[in-house]
Write a protein that binds this ligand. Structure first.
Ligand SMILES: [Zn+2]
Length: 79
């Protein structure tokens, strides 16, 4: 079951700590408000279901990232 992470749109929630995770069936509508404090929330993209791993430079480039390589004296250069 996917884990969804939510964060309040407006300020911090004192009840849920500003961010919470929820197990919800994918078929259900995303939450519109925190069930605890009723503040409007938005769903965060959660990577909880995919194993976290280190991306390689090649993968980052394939994903459209610009990979910068550190040079001396704090100069960065496009690879
Ligand atoms: Zn809340």
């Amino acid at each position: 079951m996917p884990i969804y992470e939510y964060e309040p749109l407006d300020g911090d929630c004192r009840i849920c700590g500003g961010r919470f995770e929820l197990n919800r069936p994918a078929s259900r509508e995303p939450l519109k408000a925190c069930p605890l404090c009723r503040k409007p929330v938005r769903k965060l993209v959660s990577l909880a279901n995919t194993p976290r791993k280190q991306f390689s430079v090649t993968e980052a480039k394939e994903a459209g990232f610009q990979v910068l390589e550190r040079r001396d004296h704090g100069v960065y250069e496009k690879k």
